[in-house]
Design a protein around this ligand. Structure first.
Ligand SMILES: [Zn+2]
Length: 130
């Protein structure tokens, strides 16, 4: 998977959305739909000019998918992913492995955050275990 910053760069460089799937009144290049994206605020939309060899094989669901995942949507998803990764990192820093000696001098491995035996419930959940 590409680095998230590279995905953000690609989305930011594309024509801003919202993009829309547009049903054409007549088929053009064997396709009854296309994708519209605004050229700029207040400027009429432009239509993607798909070559016939692509337009003839593009499914309506594909056009809907591309229009739905337009640059603002991708950037919002990437932002939410980054926030979620940062939250996981904060929780992982709190619930970390810690080696200690108990009052009898015995070696113990516990969670530094919640003091459960290591791995604690939270650490197991973060690793995908229940
Ligand atoms: Zn813990």
């Amino acid at each position: 998977m590409e680095d998230l910053k590279e995905l953000s760069r690609i989305a930011e460089a594309a024509t801003p959305g919202p993009w829309e799937k547009y049903d054409l009144p007549v088929a053009v290049a064997n396709s009854n739909f296309t994708i519209h994206a605004p050229n700029a605020v207040g400027v009429p939309t432009w239509t993607t000019a798909l070559p016939p060899e692509i337009a003839s094989t593009l499914k309506a669901e594909d056009a809907e998918f591309v229009a739905t995942f337009d640059p603002p949507t991708v950037l919002a998803l990437l932002s939410r992913l980054e926030q979620a990764e940062q939250a996981v990192a904060r929780v992982s820093e709190y619930h970390r492995r810690e080696e200690v000696r108990d009052v009898f001098g015995d070696h113990q491995v516990r969670c530094a955050g919640c003091f459960e035996w290591w791995p604690c419930t939270t650490a197991r959940a973060l690793d995908g275990d229940r």
